[in-house]
Design a protein around this ligand. Sequence first.
Ligand SMILES: Nc1nc2[nH]c(S[C@@H](C(=O)O)c3ccccc3)nc2c(=O)[nH]1
Length: 276
Amino acid sequence: MTQTTLPPTAPLVMGILNVTPDSFSDGGKYTIKDNALRQAEQLIKEGAQILDIGGESTRPNAQPVEEQEELARVMPIIEAVLAEFPILVSVDTYKANVMRAAIQAGVQIINDIAALTETDSLQAVAESPNVTVCLMHKQGTPQTMQINPTYEDVSREVCDYLQARAQACLDAGIAKERIWLDPGFGFGKTPEHNLQLMNRLEQLTALNYPVLIGVSRKSLLGAVLHKPVTERLYGSLALAVLALSKGAKIIRTHDVAATVDIVKTTYAVLQEKTGD
Ligand SMILES: Nc1nc2[nH]c(S[C@@H](C(=O)O)c3ccccc3)nc2c(=O)[nH]1
């Protein structure tokens, strides 16, 4: 099993593979699994270094999915992708037993929007000798988080929360090299909170863990650009460049090919080398 410690070089691009009924509704032409594998192949061809596979939408007001249903959605795809492609796989879940099954199948990364606060999830990751975990900040749940998000100082509070969650992992025997942090753009934040989090991202990268950011096509861009989800690529890339310039190391995105190019370009400038 490969240890997913970050190379001391270029940031990574994490392609999003949502395996939810509404994400592959092509009128039933192909099965969800066929469509998901076709999408996985496309994201890999575009240059993704990680595929983030999720079976439950965590958008605001998304409905929770039962554990067995989530397993039925994600496990066949996780197993097929790991068997077929030489790529790192993360599972986007907050459920301990989904984590255990995914780790058993060979995923290298757990992407947990709940930062291992749900029942038994910290133990599920601590049981593994080398799986990496991304700890994300959210305020409330997808059903409640956008009702009235409130902070004294959102950047300080997000950093303090993530530092405490990282410490809980260290105390459970999870090595520092296995821990990534993520401010959770759009998870219980107003547009202004998101802008402040981005503008002060150095506060989070200063904690000296790899920082993952997920801003792709999010409502922050809707608030700034007044454009629909399908027209937020340029805004998503602008935020990714900003995050990279502030030290972010993993970019979670729907638009892999474009993001690969801005990662390469931004990194070349930061390193003052073309990268050849
Ligand atoms: N680590 C990590 N995992 C994630 N999963 C998602 S779901 C996302 C969507 O793309 O639907 C979404 C869109 C809009 C609001 C909430 C969630 N966002 C992240 C993130 O920002 N960080």
